[in-house]
Design a protein. Sequence first.
Length: 237
Amino acid sequence: MDVLPLIFSSGWASGLNGYAVVLILGLAGRFADAPGVPATLERTDVLVAAAVLTLLDLVADKIPYVDSLWDAVHTFIRPVIGGAVGALLAGQAGNLNEAVGAGLGALTALTSHSLKAGVRAAVNTSPEPVTNVAISTAEDLAVTGVVALSTQHPWAAAGIAFSLLVAAAVAVAVLATRIRRFLRNRRYRRDGAGQVVEGQVLEGQVVEGQVAGSHADQATGSADGVQPTGQEGQLGR
């Protein structure tokens, strides 16, 4: 089996959902006799843990803002998973140094993870949740399809993974302007709100000063013997 494209594909998928990569490879090796899958990934305890964590990832990844927090937490976890899977695949193949496999898997996972996080940051600027769920579901399907294909046709899977990586990079470049606009508008709203509050306080102080001045004038007029006018004068007469 060609191990390099398999490591690249699994690394790309690990950047999106590393737990799903472990689960799919383990199931493929244990129940479908997929070639090149390390025995470690086929263990029952590994499969159960991967299944639970995959389910958590599937849920968290579809909630706006929670997905960005989840991505932040997994900035180091996903590359580690990609590197570990790469090292295991290289060791299983026996024709590639495990350190090279780990480096390729980790670097690919870090790249795809960074692009994923960038896309989600832009999507979260929109208040509606439909786009977020749609993109997350598309990522889940892509991970499942690419990893499953990589066990039988590693070069085809690697080509698809590379194309999706490039597409994500283009999307992040396009959406970067949207992120900057969102941050700029939020800063303007925050500064504008502060100015309004400050203006209201100053206006209140001016009104208070005018009322106090009016009361002082009335008190001075009464002390000097000034006769009341208007209705007060008529009541006095």
